[in-house]
Design a protein. Structure first.
Ligand SMILES: [Zn+2]
Length: 185
């Protein structure tokens, strides 16, 4: 199996760092890259092939993913809102993709079990309504993971200090999916 991993936002935050915690300066682009790279190492160790691309161009990401022969696509992000209280983990899949929602459930379960974050559940993005570009424009089962809220103090602490556990949970979610759908091939 091969996984295309897309850490969200621009490399080195230039021009777009994604969300930033105003107190600590922790940037979404850095968390996503660290977790994505580390998840790739865990997957490689488990015999899963990976390709990783962080880019400011969503078009470039989808083109690369669709040319990669990857079986699944995983985009990694951190959530953010103005209300500091909001917290937890959610994973998005594209409407109509059974395999995408299975993958989303596998990753979501591993993350909330490993990190004990609030389980906000799997969310469905419907093209033309609340579609997410990378989910709508990739050819394979695709998910977008919102690891936790970078704007919440408790979640921020996890995003800053538990990146290895986050990466392991993402990788385990992928291998759970592999077992369920592909029978370990
Ligand atoms: Zn993001």
């Amino acid at each position: 199996m091969k996984v295309f991993i897309n850490p969200g936002h621009a490399p080195n935050g230039n021009p777009d760092p994604g969300a930033v915690n105003s107190e600590t300066g922790l940037r979404e682009c850095d968390v996503a890259l660290a977790v994505g790279k580390s998840a790739a190492s865990y997957l490689n160790a488990a015999g899963v092939e990976t390709e990783l691309l962080q880019s400011d161009s969503l078009y470039e990401i989808c083109e690369a993913a669709n040319a990669s022969d990857a079986d699944i696509f995983v985009s990694i992000h951190c959530n953010a809102v103005e209300a500091e209280e909001a917290n937890g983990t959610e994973t998005w899949a594209c409407a109509g993709s059974y395999r995408g929602s299975v993958l989303a459930n596998c990753i979501q379960s591993q993350l909330v079990n490993a990190l004990d974050t609030t389980d906000r559940g799997v969310k469905i993005a419907t093209p033309g309504v609340n579609g997410l570009y990378v989910l709508t424009n990739t050819d394979m089962p695709a998910v977008l993971v919102e690891l936790a809220f970078i704007t919440n103090p408790g979640d921020e602490d996890i995003l800053a200090h538990d990146q290895d556990a986050l990466a392991r949970a993402v990788a385990r979610g992928v291998t759970d999916y592999e077992q369920l759908i592909l029978g370990g091939k």
